[in-house]
Design a protein around this ligand. Structure first.
Ligand code: PFF
Length: 462
């Protein structure tokens, strides 16, 4: 590998990895999963998974990347375990599936930006019809994917990183502003108590595996992304503190999105929040009328800025999603970079069409599958989210087995200690050993088995 270069600073790495992590997962997916999962109980399980299970896995991925200075696929061979490069391949599959549904939601967000610009606040109520306009949404999706492809083909993500250093904080400021405003709305309190006061009797198996899938998706885990990022991290950097900062940022943004959404949901449903339909349309159905209540000028300004910044957050994540299969084609199959980008983009666009038309336009893809344990059919996009979750969780399970038992705990800990000598013999070292060797593989393995049995075979053991 020639002159790979490094991140110019620790902050540069944290910003780039957070740019990949913070995206639609935090602001679009997180709130509706919380709503479906019964509120605060979901939130608590989610936060625990992020810090106890995902953080050690992220540290392991980064350590593998930094040790080998290789892309995800060849990293395992470099460590002497060529068969484990299957993990890289699973990551590639997950990123292709992930991007095929991601661009559809990004297209909704971009379309909403245009609607907000012309002050069409009634779009929230017309959401179901809006997304049935597959030509329009498909066109927006194509624009979004083309920009993503352009950035990846030019290798100009440096520019995107620079832009995101301004735009991401701007999104954060806007989220805080909207959240503060939402808290002043009538019935806001009911929304906040749904979000923050847990009712543990609500906890059922699907809530647990959905929370884990959401944690993986949001932190970009199990897709070998952090191995790639890790390969550019300097040997002087402290992996532990960088990974903690990325996790904190990502969880923080998702948490804030909840503080913003639930008062609004409660306001619109006159305080009766249980049973609110929290599907993938949640933020698109609820936010426009709140922007309208800000008054015509403020509404247009805040509404269009919000959806523009959300689209931008999606773009930084989409760039890293596309980079994974493109790098694979270039490095392993010697395909020219531009050709690899074009082929992958066309393939992903086509793969996204069932997700695009499965929102009411095609009844086949709208009622795509009926899971064993559920009464109503699931649409194709939601089916892909679930399938991707299973692939990511399997990737995470294998990473923990690899880190603890193949590469080995001591090699892993030696790498974590590079750039952080105080790590050796510390409590953190003991904790990470424990998590990676026992907690992660056991919990992940168990949840994977229970999920597959419950969802696909309708066999609920707990
Ligand atoms: N973490 C991103 C989000 O929450 O929107 C999605 C994502 C981006 C997943 C990049 C995986 C990835 F490699």
């Amino acid at each position: 590998m020639s002159s790979r270069g490094n991140f110019s600073s620790k902050i540069g790495f944290i910003a780039a990895a957070s740019g990949s992590a913070v995206g639609l997962g935090n602001i679009w997916r997180f709130p509706f999963e919380v709503a479906n999962g019964g509120g605060a109980a979901f939130l608590i399980i989610y936060i625990n998974f992020c810090f106890l299970l995902c953080l050690p896995l992220m540290i392991t991925e980064i350590a593998i990347g930094r040790k080998t200075q290789r892309d995800a696929s060849s990293a395992f061979a470099h460590l002497g375990f060529p068969k484990w490069s299957i993990l890289g391949k699973m990551g590639i599959l997950a990123s292709i599936i992930g991007l095929s549904l991601y661009y559809v939601i990004a297209a909704w967000s971009f379309g909403y930006f245009l609607e907000m610009l012309i002050g069409n606040f009634s779009i929230g109520a017309q959401f179901n019809d809006y997304i049935k306009d597959v030509i329009k949404i498909g066109f927006y999706g194509l624009i979004f994917l083309s920009i993503t492809a352009f950035i990846v083909s030019k290798g100009i993500s440096g520019g995107v990183e620079k832009a995101s250093k301004i735009l991401m904080p701007a999104l954060l400021v806007l989220l805080i502003f909207i959240a503060c405003y939402a808290l002043t709305l009538p019935n806001a309190f009911q929304g906040i108590s749904f979000y923050l006061v847990p009712d543990f009797s609500e906890i059922k198996l699907p809530i647990i595996y959905t929370a884990l899938g959401q944690a993986f998706f949001s932190l970009s885990l199990g897709m070998a992304i952090h191995i790639t990022f890790g390969s550019f991290v300097s040997k002087n950097d402290n992996i532990l503190s960088s990974a903690s900062a990325i996790t904190l940022t990502d969880v923080g943004v998702a948490f804030l999105a909840g503080i913003m959404i639930f008062p609004i949901v409660a306001y619109q449903s006159s305080g009766v929040i249980e049973g609110v339909n929290g599907g993938p349309g949640l933020i698109f159905q609820t936010l426009p009328s709140v922007f309208e209540s800000l008054g015509p000028w403020m509404g247009v300004l805040i509404g269009s800025c919000f959806f523009l910044l959300l689209t931008f957050a999606a773009l930084t994540s989409a760039v890293s999603l596309l980079e994974v299969p493109v790098t694979y084609l270039v490095d392993q199959h010697k395909v020219r970079r531009n050709l690899a980008v074009i082929l992958m983009t066309i393939f992903i666009f086509l793969l996204g069409i069932p997700s695009l038309i499965g929102n009411g336009y095609s009844s086949f893809f709208t009622n795509f599958i009926q899971y064993g344990s559920e009464g109503t059919p699931t649409d194709f996009l939601t089916f892909l989210i679930h399938t991707n979750d299973v692939i990511m969780l399997s990737g995470g399970f294998l990473i923990s087995i690899f880190g603890a038992y193949k590469w080995g705990k001591s090699n892993l800990n030696n790498e974590i200690a590079v750039g952080n000598p105080a790590y050796k013999g510390s409590k953190a070292e003991k904790l990470i050993k424990l998590m990676i060797s026992y907690f992660c593989p056991i919990v992940l393995g168990l949840i994977l088995i229970l999920t597959i049995l419950d969802r696909y075979f309708g066999i609920t053991l707990v």
